[in-house]
Structures are given as C-alpha cells and as structure tokens.
Design a protein around this ligand. Structure first.
Ligand code: ZN
Length: 143
C-alpha cells in the first residue's frame, strides 16, 4: 500500500518548556487540521519515556529516564487514528556523555526546549490506523 502525496503547508515553531512533547505536537495538528504529514523536532527534554515493541509478546516495554537529554532527531508521521490526528514519532536522544538512546516516543516525554517543523501532506485518500492482527500494532491499511 502506498499513497502519492503532495506537500501542503509547512509549519515551524517551538514548544514550551514543560509541554508533553507528544501531546503538544498532536495539539498543533488538531488546531491546524493536519491529518497527514511528517514532523521533525530538535531540542532538549527534561524527562523521557520511550518504548520498545517486543514483537513476540506484542507489548511495549517502556524506558523512563528522569534526566535531561538532547533531542538529536525526532522523526515522525501524522495520520488518523479514530478519526483524529495521530502523531507516530521515534526519537534519538543523547546524554551528557554523548551516549545515544532511542525509541518510540510516548506521552511523558517532557520538553525543555524544542523546535519543530511539520510538513503537511495532501493525498486523494486519508490514512487511518487500524489494528493489524499480524503485528498487534495500529498500522495503516494493507491496501
Ligand atoms: Zn513506533
């Protein structure tokens, strides 16, 4: 399954200190009515909650790091889940020794400072996440 997309609006901005990173990005998409797109963020977080999906047991293991980290790169996409904008994002973070951590961004990752770019995309159909029985994940349709 794939879509042919074209670029629409591009939005740049910063998130506030103390924002929940994922919730803040989702709120911007809701406010602007962005239902398809991509997102990038750099900056720093004061607290981290990232996940690793265990493919056999089909559950997320959550890693909580209660310390400041740099956001080296956050890459994500925006589509629909339950008819609402849904941000799926992965992040690479660095600690004070330059060690990298990474994973699936969860609520509970708190912004210290963050600069984002959202590229809205348009297509002739929407992408709606649905439970995929093969993986146990909410994915885009197979076709
Ligand atoms: Zn993920």
């Amino acid at each position: 399954m794939y879509l042919q997309v074209s670029e629409a609006r591009k939005i740049m901005g910063r998130l506030k200190k103390g924002d929940d990173l994922l919730q803040a990005l989702t709120k911007i998409c809701q406010e602007l009515g962005i239902t398809l797109g991509e997102v990038k963020v750099i900056g720093a977080v004061s607290q981290v909650r990232i996940g690793y999906y265990h493919q056999n047991s089909r559950n997320y293991e959550w890693l909580d790091l209660a310390r400041p980290m740099e956001i080296l790169a956050l890459e994500g996409n925006i589509s629909l889940k339950d008819g609402k904008p849904f941000v799926h994002a992965h992040v690479t973070l660095a600690d004070g020794e330059g060690r990298a951590y990474g994973g699936h961004v969860a609520e509970g990752t708190m912004v210290f400072a963050a600069e984002f770019v959202i590229q809205e995309l348009k297509a002739d159909r929407s992408l709606d996440r649905q439970m995929d029985e093969e993986t146990g994940l909410f994915l885009w349709p197979k076709k």
